[in-house]
Ligand binder design. Sequence first.
Ligand SMILES: *[C@@H]1O[C@H](CO)[C@@H](O)[C@H](O)[C@H]1NC(C)=O
Length: 492
Amino acid sequence: MKVFAIFSICLAIAAALPLNEEVGPEHIPEPYGEDGSELIPEPYGEDGAELVPEPYGEDGPEHIPEPYGEDGSELIPEPYGEDGSELIPEPYGEDGPEHIPEPYGEDGSELIPEPYGEDGSELIPEPYGEDGSELIPEPYGEDGSELIPEPYGEDGSELIPEPYKKAALEEQGYESNWQLVPDGDGRLHLVNTDPFNLGSQDEPAPLFNADTDVIFTLFTRNNRNSGHRITPGNAGTLGPHWNGGRQTRFVIHGWNNNGGSEVNVLIRNAYLDRADINVIIVDWGVGAQNPNYVTSRNHINAVGLTVARFIDFLNQSGGLAFNNVYVTGHSLGGHTAGIVGKRVTRGRLNTVVALDPALPLFSINDPANRVAPGDANYVEVIHTNGGLLGFDLPIGLADFYPNGGRSQPGCGVDLAGTCAHGRAFQFFAESVRTAQSGFNSIRCGNYDQILNNNCVSSGANARMGGEPSNIGRGVNGVFFLTTNANSPFARG
Ligand SMILES: *[C@@H]1O[C@H](CO)[C@@H](O)[C@H](O)[C@H]1NC(C)=O
């Protein structure tokens, strides 16, 4: 069975390869325009200097004027200024979806890239063209279904992760909705990706109640190796190490992982090496450790809501300021981090970082149920296994594609993608250890340039990851960088 599985993964990868060759500049996703850097600042309007966020200039950080200074205030929701609503593009304000288009200027529809238009239907296609072909994700061409990346196809099967489809499984009597999907630790699991056709699924999912089953554990330099569990809603459990005045970072793991998984340990230690802050590990292992990926995937909205309520609680009872909160997650946890940002009620998260957010069963067309640009004042996505385990299209405010974002050097053949998938949190952990992240990245003109491996510098470079985040530096768009094959990965 293993042989069949590997063989069919090869087929799937081979089938996906022509994508990179058949797209061209004319398919450039609209938000980035197709003709040059002068289109880059567009999201912020063309009619006044005050609308043009200088940080997006090409001149470099030293030319960046306030309100994007780097004087410590970058922990404030700086990209949108601290002093006036007119500076606040409010792309994804607290008031509701009708405010979503705001980041692109309020004075002209032609300035609005409309990735997330005002009504239900237009939320879906707009970034990818305005004609009949708008349902087709433009980065992959407008002229044929073969250019459409399988996960995003137009029919019912579009959410099924094609790379895992196993003709071999069918030969062995499994129905086509059974697929092999590797978990965060690289183990392959047979899962049913059609929740409406459970077929011969072996056993019912264990009960999972996010309210009671999600465990929040606080680590600081005082208790680096002995986390302190905080009970949501109970201020008496904040304990001796909690300091609400500090920066606070949340880490959320992915499928079949738990609070002790590598992603948590690496990132927690990196944060505490960097500074004495509150690091809270979100352990939703009771929900994540399930042989059925679909079941785990369907828990993330509840997990996200539970984490959001916990942050509201820490704000209300623990003195935590929202400006000091970053939420980072890997794979399913990457989308969960976005959900957290959507569900907090007492403030707005400073930063969300999604580390190779999962692809299977997530859709570009459903931003309400995945990580999206408005989930925090700054939303960064790091893509390392795009198109297989990780989401390939840009879905953050700033999307970084190390080594092109699909496979990673040092990972060998990596048919299942688990090595490349894990690189996202390895890169990120390394980036936060030092004051200045070494992952300098080139801002490309558009996502097609990433796919075609011909990134044309367009706008200021930026650092991937890092601590603090790029909040306040006006970083947006898609970025390319290369890394070393082994740790240390950064090349400066
Ligand atoms: C809650 O968060 C808001 C927004 O960051 C902040 O202004 C407020 O002071 C916080 N509340 C407490 C009790 O710290």
